[in-house]
Design a protein around this ligand. Structure first.
Ligand code: AMP
Ligand code: GLY
Length: 422
């Protein structure tokens, strides 16, 4: 099978790494990829949202399957584009239609979906410029802290959690007036859930589903979960506090109704569902849906997946996912993200990365890297994920931390406390 994978981060390197282990894969292309994916397949200089050129490339290379890594092309309708073009419609995509991608692309849409299908989530109220006054009064009826979410995609920055009522009312107005551009012209106010967060990942062909390993990521830049939000600074799988009883509740109350909801609403969905959850007093509530894998969650889930991912994808494309057998390694996997100094604010690129060849007992998943004159250089805020497998997460962390020291680039930073709260 010839596969084209879209995206360029650590998630895509981890997906490429896993797919490369399949005997079913004959050739892998990654558009646009990074220095890590270049070791596993051929990087192609096409942007993930340049649908016409992607389509042309798929025809000229006789691509059998397209796997979509990030949400952006899905929200923009890459799956619909392929289905609407007579020459492309036979090429299956792993990634939902634009309608399905609204579960991530619009917080209000996701909330309405959950309410319609009785899926536990926080109470909410939607505000636009028409009912801004009502929105402010609604905040007054709530208990602090106040959760304000930009309705649209805001690069992971669109959620504010504020303790003071007046400040929350001011921020609500600022959001409606364009604080996050068009993404916050609509804002969802949410009741604040209190508990511990974790994420569950599901594969679906729109009819059946298979649950992948769960994971917990560390989103803040600073140790002790302080400072600005990032894409993710580290991750652990499995989540030690997610016992069988809790995960059964997740499946019964959330996963099953989500997949049935997609069917009942006639939403075309073949792909990943990433469910961000709060464990509040032993009960799961949905914080958000994403329509892709997580990053760095993929960097701990792929090493634990024993099944053939390419086989799973082909079964999904044929709507026969029910036949797939998902086997998971019992060991723990952790990842520690090495980032450029200054991230998630201003940072420099183009620093030479040294020492990767000395790493033997961890897997290095490249995120923001590029090749320049045979050298690997930094090319983003999150640079590399150092993933390790071991009998328990503490042992795995020791390995990742040892190797996080070995890989070097100017102004390297990483959190030294991944797993501190467990
Ligand atoms: P989201 O982009 O929806 O995942 O939100 C980003 C982060 O904000 C989440 O990972 C949570 O830490 C926090 N958050 C979002 N919604 C809520 C909520 N209703 N209650 C408490 N925390 C929340
Ligand atoms: N690590 C969180 C995300 O991928 O959205």
């Amino acid at each position: 099978m010839k596969i084209l994978l879209l995206g360029s981060g650590g998630r895509e390197h981890a997906l490429a790494w896993k797919m490369s282990q399949s005997p079913l894969l004959t050739k892998l292309f990654i558009a646009p990829g990074n220095a890590g994916t270049a070791q596993l397949g051929e990087n192609v200089e096409i942007k993930a949202d340049d649908f016409e050129n992607l389509g042309r490339f798929c025809l000229s290379e006789r691509i059998d399957l397209v796997v979509v890594g990030p949400e952006d092309p899905l929200v923009k309708g890459v799956t619909d584009y392929f289905k609407s073009e007579p020459s492309l419609k036979k090429i299956p995509l792993i990634g939902p239609s634009a309608e399905g991608a609204k579960l991530e692309g619009s917080k209000e849409y996701a909330k309405e979906f959950m309410v319609r299908h009785n899926i536990p989530t926080a109470q909410y109220f939607t505000v636009t410029k028409e009912n801004l006054k009502e929105g402010k009064s609604y905040l007054g009826t709530m208990k602090a802290p106040y959760v304000l979410k930009a309705d649209g995609l805001a690069a992971g920055k669109g959620v504010l959690i504020i303790h003071d009522l007046e400040e929350a009312q001011g921020e609500l107005e600022a959001m409606i007036k364009g604080k996050f551009g068009a993404a916050s012209s609509k804002v969802v106010i949410e009741e604040c859930l209190v508990g511990i967060e974790l994420s569950v990942f599901v594969l679906t062909d729109g009819k059946s589903y298979k649950i992948l390993p769960d994971a917990k990521d560390y989103k803040r830049i600073g140790e002790g979960d302080t400072g600005l939000n990032t894409g993710g600074m580290g991750c652990i799988s499995p989540v030690p506090f997610a016992d069988e009883e809790f995960l059964e509740k997740v499946e019964e109350r959330i996963v099953r109704p989500t997949i049935e909801g997609l069917q009942n609403d006639n939403i075309d969905y073949t792909g990943f569902v990433f469910i961000g959850l709060m464990n509040q007093g032993g009960d799961p509530y949905v914080i958000e849906y994403n329509v892709r894998m997580g990053d760095p969650e993929t960097e701990v889930i792929m090493p634990r997946l024993k099944s053939d991912l390419v086989e799973c994808f082909s079964l999904m494309a044929e709507k026969k996912l029910i036949k797939a057998n998902i086997e998971v390694d019992d060991r723990a996997c952790v990842t520690v993200m090495l980032v450029s100094g200054g991230y998630p604010e201003e940072y420099e690129k183009g620093k030479t990365i040294l020492g990767t060849e000395k790493v033997k007992d961890s897997i290095l998943f490249h995120a923001g890297t590029a090749l320049k004159e045979g050298e690997i250089i930094t090319n983003g805020g999150r640079v590399m994920a150092v993933s390790s497998l071991a009998g328990n997460f503490k042992e795995a962390l020791k390995m990742s931390y040892k190797n996080a020291e070995i890989v070097n680039f100017d102004k390297k930073y990483y959190r030294r406390d991944i797993g501190f709260d467990l």
